[in-house]
Design a protein around this ligand. Structure first.
Ligand code: FE2
Length: 237
């Protein structure tokens, strides 16, 4: 516990995307225009909720199964796995990971997503799991498609998966996005480009892994998440 009664040290956000990054147009309107006021952590933010394994079922981490109505989702089946660690490489067990993503055609199940691409009746696009003693998580899903987002003329988001992490309490929630290696849209994306450091941007790109790949079944990607320190995974502010 810190001397002022707070449990969690403030984060150093300097390596993370700025609140306002003009090429990412909506940040111009939503970014704060005045200096932030730091709020004290109170009991409700530092004591819970605790996400136990019992609340998360095994199918929750299988996006190829958890939205099925009458068949399997279309698209390229992929495994996404990695470890959640702190700045010293220590595993972070019992971290709740939630992901959400577009389907293989680049469409979300959300009324605001009116992109002219098909919904998949067998794909919901969200999943969750809890890290094990080694800090490891694993999802089975389909590779999301790129989608247009009207930020600027001919703007397309690179394929990505959104990640939310919860440690032991609300004050520990972090959000980021994972990208795929070799995507030609990566250098054109103002959201990824909002991260000031090139090496930090690269940490959001998963590694293709033949070790994770399962023969005759699914391609494998490895994506570790480092919570703090010089090699921290960039998080959304
Ligand atoms: Fe997205």
């Amino acid at each position: 516990m810190m001397g002022n009664g707070e449990i969690y040290k403030p984060r150093d956000w300097s390596g993370h995307p700025a609140y306002r990054h003009d090429p990412y147009a909506s940040t111009v309107l939503r970014g704060p225009t005045k200096p932030l006021v730091r709020l004290r952590q109170t009991l409700s933010e530092v004591t819970g909720p605790h996400y136990g394994r019992e609340a998360v079922g095994p199918l929750d981490a299988d996006l190829t199964k958890n939205g099925v109505t009458d068949g399997e989702p279309l698209g390229e089946r992929i495994i996404v796995t990695g470890r959640v660690v702190d700045e010293d490489g220590r595993p972070q067990p019992d971290t709740l990971l939630e992901i959400w993503q577009a389907n293989a055609a680049g469409r979300y199940i959300h009324k605001k997503d009116q992109h002219d691409a098909p919904l998949d009746p067998n794909f919901f696009g969200a999943g969750r799991c809890v890290t094990d003693e080694d800090g490891r998580y694993r999802f089975l899903t389909v590779k999301p498609g790129a989608y247009p987002w009207r930020n600027h003329p001919n703007a397309w988001r690179p394929a990505h998966i959104h990640f939310s992490l919860f440690g032991p309490s609300f004050a520990t929630r972090l959000i980021t996005q994972m990208y795929f290696p070799g995507d030609p849209l990566l250098p054109l994306d103002p959201i990824l480009g909002g991260i000031p450091d090139e090496q930090a941007r690269a940490r959001l790109v998963a590694d293709f892994s033949l070790d994770v790949t399962e023969p005759e079944w699914a391609l494998g990607y490895s994506f570790d998440i480092i919570l703090r320190g010089r090699s921290a995974t960039p998080m959304e502010t």
